[in-house]
Ligand binder design. Structure first.
Ligand code: 4FV
Length: 260
């Protein structure tokens, strides 16, 4: 898989891609990432990439021609279909599922916006617009790095232990279970005994239960789409019952307090 990143801050992107799991994946050739400086595709001696907005208003807009030239060069270089992604708050939400789908493409190009955004005519060359969340950043580079990191982790061999990818949060649509490491005791905090038991069946069951409990408490929306096995469905039913009991008890106490 190749990923081309088009940005006016190549050093920012290169720095993040030089370290960690993604950095190692690129070193090993599991993933080829090429960072393109948008200014290299300008035709004027000041390498201008932005201009004032038609219709007035604050800020600047990214000019279309340098982006078109960059896409022309990249698409000419890459044999086969290039899937062009624009990172912007107007995009559809980036998720683990989208990361999986993006990983199916041979060539992905990520356009990083800056200023108020890009000239609307560029969108005719964009296959997919992605947002990493409902907030406004100063540039599309961080979203591009988020996307590259999530996609890279799904490439076989990039994350040391495949199992950990398979068990990753969201890979099965649930929040992750709690993790512990040495020492077993910190102050008054002990690691749950089950994790020290060596009983792997019990440990797996405990992790499933914790993952479900955390998802039920923090992201019940995820339970609608999560793929649960028989044991998880049973555990979830128990947890929901417990939760109803607890909520019922809390309501009683509150009514008791207000004397209703
Ligand atoms: C963004 C987001 C984001 C908007 C204007 C770049 C900035 C600037 N991209 N998810 N949230 N982009 O805020 O993807 O051009």
């Amino acid at each position: 898989m190749t990923i081309d990143v088009v940005t006016i801050f190549p050093a920012m992107v290169e720095a993040a891609l030089a370290v960690g799991i993604v950095g190692r994946a690129i070193e090993r050739g599991s993933l080829e990432v090429t960072v393109r400086d948008l200014r290299a595709f300008t035709a004027d001696r000041h390498h201008v990439v932005d201009d004032v907005p038609y219709g007035g208003g604050p800020g600047m807009v990214m000019k279309p021609e340098p982006i078109f030239r960059a896409l022309d060069v990249i698409e000419a270089e890459r044999v086969g279909d290039c899937h062009v992604v624009l990172t912007s708050p107007q995009g559809s939400r980036f998720t683990q599922e989208v990361a999986r789908e993006l990983g199916q493409h041979e060539h992905v190009v990520v356009l990083c916006g800056r200023y108020e955004g890009i000239d609307e005519r560029v969108r005719a060359r964009v296959d997919e617009e992605l947002s990493i969340g409902d907030y406004v950043l100063s540039g599309g580079e961080l979203p591009a790095l988020v996307i590259i990191d999530a996609v890279a982790r799904l490439i076989p061999g990039v994350v040391g232990d495949e199992q950990s990818v398979a068990e990753d949060s969201f890979s099965r649509g649930l929040l992750d279970f709690p993790h512990y490491t040495r020492p077993a005791v910190v102050g008054a905090d002990r690691v749950p005994d089950v994790l020290l038991s060596g009983n792997h069946a019990e440990i797996r069951r405990w992790r499933k239960r914790e993952s479900l409990a955390r998802t039920l408490a923090r992201r019940p929306d995820l339970l609608k789409t999560a793929t649960l096995d028989e044991e998880e469905r049973r555990l979830l039913a128990e947890l929901k019952e417990l939760k109803e009991l607890k909520d019922g008890r809390i309501a009683e106490l509150q009514n008791g307090k207000t004397g209703q």
